[in-house]
Design a protein around this ligand. Structure first.
Ligand code: SAM
Ligand code: SF4
Length: 484
């Protein structure tokens, strides 16, 4: 359903993608294969892992049959994400049979959730490493070389990998993801993330700006600032050294507090040609200050991903989202008031515990109210260990969850098309990302509101540049036009 997923923060087409690096300088003769699942944060983490191991001389390969170390960076968000990983591990078994010295490692959220149980359940696996322990990977690989199996799933209150410049892999050299925080302190009752990614911590804003500046200098023209809840980004100078509270002479320094609106502004000021996106905003935290900052800078995209999950206040309460229907609508009104031309996308879960037909209808009417540009839509999937799994019965039968999902998808399809049609006849500033999938006679790129635009290649324009495109028609997924 291409028309529903234009956002790259969870890109279905990238699931299972293997990373391939430029050859490393001090090659140790061993090859690393790493593939990733889940959200953009995981893909970004794989770049950090590749960077740490490149330092130790590991060269990457796109074929796991030729690899000495095979890593799979995993997602736990829904049961089917985990099933996918288990099936993939079975495929690695053949390669390991032929090359018994091969190290097989599981990284990321599933590693954190299952810990050493993974070693019992999947005999093939030698290393289990959680998202805060990637610096330990070289040691863990050494331990496996010595004949042991190794686990490090320690979560940290400080680790942000701020000093590691991720190697940009499989990149078009134009858009990049930049992590600004890790973990999550919200306890949405359905969600496994607080357990797999630990406490929320914000990265030093100066390292964020330095990374974005470096990307711009290398020719990148769009950065997406990533966090589970970017609006609660908060950094103060006293955190810098060791996470401890300031004392005595530190207090002067501690006066520097940077919130998300400040960080957005700092990144926007790098250069007017650097587009700034961000994801994800939590409806309870998004402030007018952030909205005014978006409105103030042309290069901060008019696009907000604002997951609603449900349109019903009782269900939102059970989900522990800490806002209700009226609050969410008020935030949407504020967006429309402060940034009149702003795209809004969302996440929706159907069939959460005890959801009635009327409550499901509240989600549908919320969709009518907001008229989302895009949506990611899921059936509720109970995750072991979460608050919902402990407190509530997963009592909505699968066929009903599926039927509600179908209704939500149908409605979104309708509104995505309505929103795209609103661009007809308008001139859109498009960042050219490359040739269109279908033809090298056409370029493709996104407008400010994240809609994909396709238009004929024209002399004098190349990827990484902006073009003014007159939108002449659209499909359900794409705007089509010409450079003017
Ligand atoms: N931090 C983001 C937020 O609060 O909106 C979302 C992060 S989560 C990786 C992405 C989406 O997955 C959520 O917004 C939710 O819609 C969906 N999700 C999370 N847990 C789920 C579950 N147990 N079943 C179905 N969908 C789930
Ligand atoms: Fe999960 Fe809620 Fe945190 Fe998002 S805000 S990662 S849904 S706990």
């Amino acid at each position: 359903m291409e028309f529903l997923t234009p956002d790259k923060t969870h890109d279905e087409s990238r699931q299972g993608e293997a990373l391939v690096l430029e050859p490393v300088e001090k090659n140790n003769g061993r090859k690393l294969y790493i593939e990733s699942y889940g959200c953009a944060m995981n893909f970004s983490d794989s770049e950090i892992v590749a960077s740490i191991l490149a330092e130790k001389g590991f060269e990457t390969t796109s074929d796991y049959n030729n690899a000495d170390v095979v890593f799979i960076n995993t997602c736990s968000i829904r049961e089917n994400a985990e099933t996918r990983v288990r099936n993939r591990l079975k495929e690695f078994a053949g390669a390991k049979g032929k090359n018994p010295g091969m190290v097989v490692g599981v990284l990321g959220c599933m590693a954190e959730r299952l810990k050493s149980k993974f070693l019992e359940e999947e005999k093939l696996v030698d290393v289990v490493v959680g998202p805060d322990a990637y610096r330990d990977l070289p040691n863990l690989i050494d331990r496996v070389d010595e004949g042991q199996r190794a686990v490090n799933v320690l979560l940290s209150r400080e680790e942000t990998y701020a000093d590691i410049s991720p190697v940009r892999l499989n990149s078009n050299g134009i858009n990049a993801f930049v992590s600004i925080m890790r973990g999550c302190d919200n306890m949405c009752s359905f969600c496994v993330v607080p357990f797999t990614r630990g406490r929320e911590r914000s990265r030093d804003p100066h390292s964020v700006v330095a990374e974005c500046q470096d990307l711009f200098d290398k020719g990148y023209r769009e950065v997406t600032l990533l966090g589970q809840n970017v609006d609660s980004y908060k950094w103060n100078a006293s955190q810098l050294a060791d996470g401890s509270e300031p004392s005595g002479e530190d207090l002067g320094e501690a006066a520097e507090v940077v919130n998300f609106a400040n960080l957005l502004e700092m990144v926007a000021l790098i250069h007017p040609d650097l587009r700034v996106r961000f994801s994800t905003s939590h409806p309870k935290d998004i402030t007018d200050e952030v909205l005014y900052t978006i409105a103030k800078y042309d290069n901060i995209c008019n696009y907000i991903h604002l997951p609603v999950q449900s349109g019903n206040s009782r269900i939102l309460d059970l989900m522990n989202r800490t806002y209700d229907r009226a609050w969410y609508m008020e935030r949407v009104d504020a967006i429309r008031r402060i940034i009149p031309d702003c795209a809004i996308s969302t996440d929706i879960i159907t069939g959460f515990c005890t959801e009635t037909e009327e409550e499901h209808n509240d989600t549908l009417t919320m969709m009518d109210y907001v008229q989302y540009d895009y949506a990611y839509m899921f059936m509720y999937s109970e995750r072991p260990g979460t608050l919902a799994a402990k407190r509530y019965a997963d009592d909505i039968p699968e066929p009903i969850k599926a039927m509600r999902l179908k209704q939500v998808v149908a409605k979104q399809q309708q509104y995505s098309y309505v929103r795209l049609q609103q661009h007809l006849g308008r001139v859109e500033k498009v960042l050219i990302e490359g040739y269109s999938k279908k033809s090298d006679k056409d370029y493709c790129g996104r407008n400010d509101k994240n809609a994909m635009v396709v238009f004929p290649v024209q002399e004098g324009y190349k990827p990484g540049q902006y073009a003014n495109v007159l939108v002449e028609r659209c499909t359900t997924a794409t705007l089509i036009g010409k450079i003017i």
